[in-house]
Design a protein around this ligand. Structure first.
Ligand code: FPP
Length: 228
């Protein structure tokens, strides 16, 4: 498998955590945290493309998030729909391809339609590949990629396993992967930040990339030394 030695992480994955706490700390309802979080998504996508990141994968809604209160789930699904609707044009102009990963069948029809539209419209984008994970479970994705499961369920081959992640960032202070890209993070550098997602800025990202650039990635080998 191709091993990255680039100083800028080629594939960045982000667990965007802390929207609810951000809102609660300001005495606002949780949905306002998600709205603020969606604004930050736009800035982060643009910033990563400018920095030279080739692939950015964002964890927006896990398969376990269906267990949240129905109003919160409904609000999030509406937010995704309006985000994809309004971002189709700017993403296309920036040369950013957008794909949605996860189990699409449980999403509302209108959202699925908007997803198909934005995917088709941005398909030619070559500057960066943005993937948004909706109704995503890494364990389900790995299971679905197993040949035996494909044979039983008639699934397409290898559609849900992504290229390896170089840098996995989780905001919001928790230190866990929560069923996100478990296979793809085999050799990822992990960075857990206390900052809440809506407070993420370009400076926070730049510091994350600097931290990544300082790490020695050995992939199980011995360190490389410059010979005299
Ligand atoms: C976790 O924070 C965040 C989510 C479950 C939703 C992520 C959604 C966004 C960042 C906004 C919209 C995204 C797109 C792609 C348009 P939390 O609510 O669990 O925060 P908490 O741990 O503080 O409660």
């Amino acid at each position: 498998m191709k091993q990255s030695t680039s100083l800028v992480p080629q594939h960045v994955a982000i667990i965007m955590d802390g929207n609810g706490r951000w809102a609660e700390r300001k005495g606002r309802p949780r949905w306002m945290g998600h709205v603020a979080g969606a604004r930050v998504v736009k800035d982060v996508v643009a910033h990563c493309a400018r920095a030279g990141v080739e692939q950015l994968t964002l964890y927006a809604f896990s398969s376990d998030n269906w267990n949240r209160p129905v109003e919160e789930v409904a609000g999030l699904l509406e937010l995704f729909e309006s985000h994809f609707r309004t971002q189709a044009e700017p993403l296309e102009q920036k040369g950013i391809r957008l794909s949605v990963i996860g189990q699409r069948t449980r999403l509302p029809l209108a959202l699925r339609q908007v997803i198909s539209d934005v995917e088709a419209r941005t398909a030619a984008g070559r500057r960066m590949h943005l993937r948004v994970a909706l109704d995503y479970s890494s364990r389900a994705a790995i299971q679905g990629a197993l040949p035996a499961q494909q044979a039983v369920r008639g699934l397409a081959r290898g559609t849900t396993i992504l290229p390896p992640v170089d840098l996995l960032v989780r905001t919001g202070g928790e230190r866990r992967l929560s069923d996100f890209l478990l296979w793809e993070c085999a050799y990822a550098e992990l960075l857990f930040l206390d900052v809440l997602w809506p407070d993420v800025t370009g400076a926070v990202l730049d510091a994350a990339f600097e931290d990544f650039a300082r790490r020695e990635r050995r992939y199980g080998h011995v360190p490389q030394r410059v010979s005299a």
